[in-house]
Design a protein around this ligand. Structure first.
Ligand code: F0G
Length: 434
């Protein structure tokens, strides 16, 4: 399948060889995407093939990314692929979360079941495959934590050297610990995500390091498979809404591309709407989408949220995300710290759990159902992006009444579940539990 890089800007659409190391269009500076001359795609035949591969013991087939390789055909051969068993994440039913949101039903596609605990693995297996194919030895990213954990794992597994840049003091220990354990050279920079991204882009060119942030179009290809797998799990019946948290907006771009391509190639017969949810203190895309016609995208200089994964003020992929929200007829919402915290506890009470950024989805759905933009009977899937264990400190604070918003205001914790200290005394414990 002939593959190329294409400029995403509709006025440019310049094309470049798929093996050129580019992160932006050299002609106009626009974002790049992988594009294909789709030939001989038979959706029904592929749907059957995807199912058959689930029974295979070969990692390349059981992987929830590479199982769908015909829909991400940027490699000439699969020798460059390193899989850690990514994807294959469950589509769960969350009745308690549905009740909380005011919906009849709510499905949760949980990307926290990935090998490093977040959706980043879907993209990273592809980004690292491209690095291997290009013969790059070192890869780098700036990260709010999950990208760095994922990149560290996949790069090390592939025998490459991972270099991660993280905002000092602003990622959870769970994620930092992963980067260290997976052997990444870890640089804690005294700056925020957006500032470090600018820094890393300069350094990548200077030091010949391959950049694996979500600006990398191959990561976006991998993240498409989150929705391809979701549709496969739903027997290719598209829901009304797909709801996801928005930070740097790479995932929004990937989801939109996946939906457009699945529709174009005859895998699904309708377009679901995408709803992106941002945290109140880091919501530049929300602000922009309120009045996109009004002009320029305004970055938030000092983004703040306890959902550190989405603490991003200047998301690079906003032009793609804008296009995807518009073409799906979707929308963008923003939620408060308290809404995120309580929604997260409710997802925990479902026996499912997730990290703070992921819970923005449920908080957003609740708001959208309350104001009538999502109907009570709508078919909705929320994508939970990261595992509960990514940020245990947040959880402990919430349940013990010690969680404070970045403004310093205490978050009361409507669903707080305090641990109780008891003496080593059977009678007194029995009295307590009776
Ligand atoms: N949820 C989680 C758990 C994340 O880690 C991220 C992004 C997002 C949502 C937002 O996704 O950026 O594609 O809009 N984390 C990045 C990182 C930025 O560095 O790990 P997005």
């Amino acid at each position: 399948m002939p593959a190329e890089l294409a400029c995403f800007d509709a006025a440019c659409r310049a094309r470049f060889p798929i093996t050129e190391v580019l992160y932006n269009c050299p002609r106009c500076g626009g974002l790049l995407e992988a594009c294909y001359e789709w030939e001989g795609i038979d959706a029904e035949r592929l749907k059957r093939l995807f199912r058959e591969r689930r029974m295979s013991n070969a990692l390349i087939d059981s992987s929830g990314v590479w199982r769908y390789r015909e829909l991400i055909p940027f490699l000439d051969d699969l020798d460059a692929v390193v899989s850690l068993g990514e994807g294959g994440t469950p589509l769960l039913d969350g009745p308690r979360a549905a009740r909380y949101a005011g919906l009849d039903r709510l499905a949760l596609k949980h990307q926290g079941f990935n090998p490093t605990g977040s959706f980043k693995d879907n993209g990273m297996t592809c980004g690292v495959a491209q690095a291997v194919r290009l013969g790059r030895r070192r890869v780098a990213c700036v990260s709010t934590g999950n990208t760095s954990a994922s990149m560290a794992a996949y790069a090390s597994a592939a025998g490459l050297q991972p270099v991660v840049f993280i905002p000092r003091g602003n990622i959870s220990y769970g994620k930092l610990a992963q980067a260290l354990e997976y052997g990444a050279r870890t640089l804690e920079v005294e700056a925020n995500f957006d500032q470090i991204l600018a820094l890393v882009r300069t350094l990548a060119d200077r030091l010949g390091i391959y950049l694996l942030n979500s600006i990398n179009p191959f990561r976006i290809e991998g993240q498409k498979t989150i929705l391809i797998e979701m549709m496969d799990q739903r027997d290719w019946l598209a829901p009304d809404w797909i709801v996801l948290p928005g930070g740097n907006l790479g995932n929004t771009s990937a989801f939109g591309k996946a939906l457009r391509e699945m529709r174009q190639l005859g895998f699904i017969s309708k377009m679901p709407k995408l709803a992106v949810v941002q945290a109140e203190g880091a919501a530049p895309f929300y602000e922009f989408m309120r009045r996109p016609a009004a002009g320029a995208f305004r970055a938030v200089a000092d983004p703040e949220t306890l959902a550190t994964a989405i603490r991003i003020g200047d998301p690079v992929s906003w032009p793609k995300a804008w296009h995807e929200i518009a073409s799906s007829g979707g929308l963008v919402a923003k939620v408060t710290e308290r809404e995120i915290a309580d929604a997260k506890a409710v997802i925990g009470q479902c026996g499912i759990g997730c990290e703070p950024a992921s819970a923005a989805t449920l908080a957003g759905i609740r708001q959208l159902v309350a104001d009538g933009r999502i109907a009570r009977e709508a078919d909705v899937v929320a994508v939970l992006t990261g595992n509960l264990l990514k940020d245990p400190d947040y959880i402990y604070r919430y349940h013990t009444g010690r969680l404070e918003a970045p403004s310093g205001v205490a978050i009361p914790g409507a669903f707080a579940n305090q641990p109780v200290v008891v003496p080593n005394d059977a009678d007194r414990i029995a009295a307590l539990l009776e």
